[in-house]
Design a protein. Sequence first.
Length: 153
Amino acid sequence: MNRPRPPLGSPLHLLLLVCSFALAGYAGIRLFADDWRGVALWLAGAAVLHDLVLLPLYTLADRAVVRGLDAAGRRSRTMYVRVPAALSGLLLLVWFPLVSGLAGRRYRSATGLSPAGYPARWLLITAVLFGGSALLLALRVRSAAKRRPPAAH
């Protein structure tokens, strides 16, 4: 069910493009208003950290998973590892200061809440993601086995 998309030169496309640029401009002005040097440094550091450290690491991890599953003849099951790993990694990236304990004092002073428990919660969410993925894989394998005709002897 592919919906027809408006042509790139249509007025609707132009309106959506202008609105997205306006929203991005507004967010940029609000973001850079207080501490533009800190924000610029954070953005540059995040880009460098991603491109030089994180991208090679998760590329190597993904290749190891693909090779391992390919060697076992199960390459089609790669997504059952990739999806929970990506979601868990994204959560770790977003909440890293609290999961690692680096922002404990700052978090407590800003919110009045204790940062305790973030590592355990992240591990629990990771376990649930991988467990759910394993359960979904098991259900699909079982369903495929039921649909397969019995082998002739």
